[in-house]
Design a protein around this ligand. Structure first.
Ligand SMILES: *Cc1c(COP(=O)(O)O)cnc(C)c1O
Length: 407
């Protein structure tokens, strides 16, 4: 039987956000000067990282910001600066990326996982249950792939129990809940400037907070030597008078090159959000009509940034999902499937973090994670490619639904 002509996508879904030309010029100028370290006793003019800290704090409406070498180190430092100790219990999402449990292990704290809903947000009844086990020091809430749970409810649950709330905002720069930006609901928010997030400098991280003691500790822990006065959004020097003798230098500084690359990108975030969402929503609307696919619902309180798209494959066996993913890949659309037996590329499930002491199974989350599919959406994806990509996915589904005998 002749194979019907099938749609094929030939673009590249892995394309990171572009580096603006003025950022490139600034980075080249910096390299010519050789002054790539944020602290420099003789620099004339300010540091790029310090300027970024001031701009980033203002952008999110927080008093303090600390630039770092990565988002994962930002999570570690935010918890450490907030007083989380080795051995403390830290709750976090079962559906998140490996650097999140990694940051808890880095601190020597104990991760305890909280399940996910089929809309890919933290399961609030399970969170409440875990909080009520007592002994919880911190909730490291990961807005994995940009899906926001009810942040007012979560902030309330943590406040009632005196549990620290730290937000992982790796996928939510530009996002908000009831008009309030993510990263501002708890003690601190942590952002990433790794290439596949909303700002691209290869690597990098930023902590925001309104707590001057947390901020001063994070500055010193980041490796400020006695240059804490050269920060762009740090508390006044009296906060450092004693702490500077007490905080270890963990050498997690942001490079000047990262600062130079990121500063011009901050102005692009609102425009990129529009571009991402136009593409995300086109593909999502189409996929809602494809059999067996569930696209998570987004609550009206949420302003999201659709830099990636997730859907769940319902009522199919694992081998059928595997064939569906292979069919789509054969036609140019590489879907990341979190249900694979073995972790691949950037995917991983909590089962794969075997160093965690708490490995208790969560049956309903397991059933959801086994069905999660993920696509990255480049901000510059040609709009007409959205229907093409969705068509490839639809045809892949139809191909595997055709009974064996009629092939
Ligand atoms: C990327 C990511 C991080 C960590 O960021 P890095 O800068 O790569 O360390 C944390 N959480 C989530 C959900 C991420 O996707």
């Amino acid at each position: 039987m002749a194979t019907a002509l099938r749609a094929r996508f030939t673009g590249d879904l892995s394309q990171p956000v572009p580096i603006p030309e003025d950022a490139i010029s600034r980075a080249v100028e910096l390299m010519r000067s050789g002054r790539l370290h944020r602290y420099d006793e003789v620099r004339t003019g300010g540091s790029e990282v310090a300027a970024l800290e001031a701009e980033f704090a203002a952008y999110l409406g927080r008093s303090y910001c600390i630039g770092l070498n990565s988002g994962g180190c930002g999570l570690f430092l935010a918890m450490k600066a907030a007083g989380v100790q080795p051995g403390d219990v830290v709750l976090t999402n079962a559906f998140t990326l490996a650097p999140v449990p990694g940051s808890i292990a880095h601190l020597g704290a104990q991760a305890r996982l909280v399940g996910t809903t089929s809309d890919l947000t933290i399961d609030i009844p399970h969170l409440t249950h875990q909080l009520d086990q007592g002994n919880v020091r911190c909730l490291l809430l990961s807005h994995m792939r940009g899906h926001l749970a009810d942040l007012d409810a979560i902030a309330g649950l943590c406040a009632e129990r005196d549990v620290l709330l730290i937000e992982d905002c790796a996928h939510t720069l530009g996002a908000s809940w009831r008009g309030r930006p993510t990263g501002t609901f708890g003690a601190a928010g942590v952002f990433s400037t790794q290439s596949f997030k909303h700002l691209n400098a290869g690597e990098g991280g930023l902590i925001i907070t309104d707590d001057p003691v947390l901020a001063a500790k994070a500055v010193l822990l980041s490796g400020s030597y006695m240059f804490y006065g050269a920060h762009g959004a740090a508390p006044p020097s009296e906060y450092f008078a004693q702490l500077r003798y007490e905080m270890p230098n963990c050498s997690m500084r942001m490079s000047e090159l990262v600062g130079a690359l990121i500063r011009p990108q901050l102005a692009e975030v609102a425009g990129w959000r529009e571009a991402w969402n136009a593409r995300h929503d086109r593909i999502a609307d189409f996929l809602r009509g494809v059999p067996h696919l569930h696209v998570p619902l987004r609550p009206p309180e949420e302003v999201y940034v659709g830099s990636s798209l997730q859907f769940l494959v319902e009522d199919l066996r694992a081998d059928e999902i595997g064939r569906f993913v292979a069919e789509a890949a054969a036609h140019g659309v590489h879907i990341k499937w979190f249900g694979n037996d073995e972790p691949k590329g950037f995917t991983s499930r909590y089962h794969d973090w075997r160093y965690l002491a708490d490995q208790s199974a969560m049956a309903s989350s397991d059933a959801i994670l086994a069905r999660v599919c993920d696509l990255r959406i480049p901000v510059g994806l040609p709009l007409q490619d959205c229907v093409l990509i969705a068509t490839v996915i639809e045809e892949a589904m139809r191909a595997i639904l055709v009974p064996e005998t009629s092939r």
